[in-house]
Design a protein around this ligand. Sequence first.
Ligand code: GKR
Ligand code: MG
Length: 428
Amino acid sequence: MRINEMHVTPIAISDPPLLNAAGLHAPFALRTIVELTTNDGLYGLGEVPGGAEVTTALEAARAIVIGRDPFHLNALARALDEAFGPSGPGRVHGAAWNRRQMALVFSAVEVACFDLMGKATGRPVVDLLGGAVRERVPFAAYLFFKHAGAGGALGFDADPAAVGWPASRQAAALDPDGVVAQAQAMSLAFGFQSLKLKGGVFAPEIEARTILALREAFGPETPLRIDPNAVWSVETAIRWGRELEGVLEYYEDPVRGQDNMAAVRAAVKIPLATNMCTTSFADLPGSVRVGAEDIILSDHHAWGGLRSSMELGRICRTFGRGLSMHSNSHVGISLAAMTHLAAAMPNLTYACDTHYPWQSEDVIVGGKLRFEDGALPVSREPGLGIELDRAALAALHANYKACGLARRDDEAEMQKVQPGWRFQPTRW
Ligand code: GKR
Ligand code: MG
C-alpha cells in the first residue's frame, strides 16, 4: 500500500463569541483537514488546528509523504525531521519548522495513516493502539463566559428559529447565573457529568463565585475545574485556590510557567493540571524537577500524534502524573481520533475536554457525532470509523476563503468590541 495523493484543505467553522484570557473567539475557528489516498483506493483523514502557517507546512510535507507506506511511521517521522527539523536543510533555507509546526504536521499525517491502517486491516484505530481499556469515553461540559451570538455568518446576531441547545449556545453568559444556565442546558443536551469553566476573563472573585454557583446548582458529586489560562499571579492563585479547596476536581493552569505552577501546587490542596507549562517531551525534565503539576492534559495534535500520546501516558504513569485531555474548537475527525486514543490510554481517568458542542458544522457523513450520557462510544468500524462529507468540506473551505482569517487572533477580536483591550500575561 502506497500513499499516492495528499489533500490539504483549510476550513473555517462557525464559532460563537466565547471569552478567554487571550480575548474573544472570532466568528470562525480555523482547522486544516488532511486526506491521504492510496494506490489501492483507500483514504484516511486527519485534522489539526488550522490557519495559513500549518497549511503551508502541510503543503510542504506533501513531497515527503507521497509514495510512502502508511504503516512506516518511523521512517516518515525521520524524513520529515531531516527535511524540516532544526538541523535539516529547511534550516539552511530559513524554513525549518518550529516544534509546534512539526508536532501538528506529523499529527495530521499520522492520524490519517492510522485511519488508512485501520481500513486496510479492518480494525478500529483503538485496536492499533493496543486495544480499548474502556468502551466509552466520558467528556466534560466546557463552559465559557460569552457574549450573545451564534458566530459564523450571524456573528453577534442570534438565530431566532433556534431551539434547544442551539438556542442556549447563542445566549450570553456574562455572570455566574448565565454560566449556570449554560451548564444546565449543555448537560441536558449532551449528558455531561463533569464541568470545566474557562476562566481568566473576569476578576478571580467573580470566577470563584461562578464555580461556587455551579457547585450549588449541580451538587458535590459533579467534578468541577477552572482554567484561567495562566493570567493569575501566584498570590492570587493561592488565595482563590484555597477558597476552592474541596470544591475543584483540578485547578488548570492558574499561573504561568513550571516554577509558578510548582509554587501554587505546594500551597494549595487541589491537584494542578496543565496544557500550558508542560506541553512537549522537552518540557518533561523541568516538570519532574520542580513538580510543576499533578495532571497533564494530553493533546495528540500538540504532542505529535497518537503514538506520542501513548508514550506520554506511559511517562505520566512513571512520574506519578495523572492524565486528562485538552481541546480546541474542532470537528469530528479530531473528536473521533481523541476518542480512539482516550479509549486506549489506561491512565486517562478524567473526563476529556471538548469544544465540540460549540460547533454547529462538521465534515463527516451523517453529521455530528452524538454523545450518550456525556460519553462517546468507541467505534468498532475500521479506521477512525467516520467518512468524509465532501460537500460539507467544500462549503467549509469556501468559508475559509471568504472569512478573511489566516490565523487565530483573539486579542484582535476583543479589540473590535473593547477598543484598546490588550492581552496581559499576568492580569490579576
Ligand atoms: O478555546 O478559548 C479557548 C481555549 O482557551 C483554548 O484556546 C485553550 O487552548 O482550551 C484550551 C485550554 O484548555 O487552555
Ligand atoms: Mg487549559
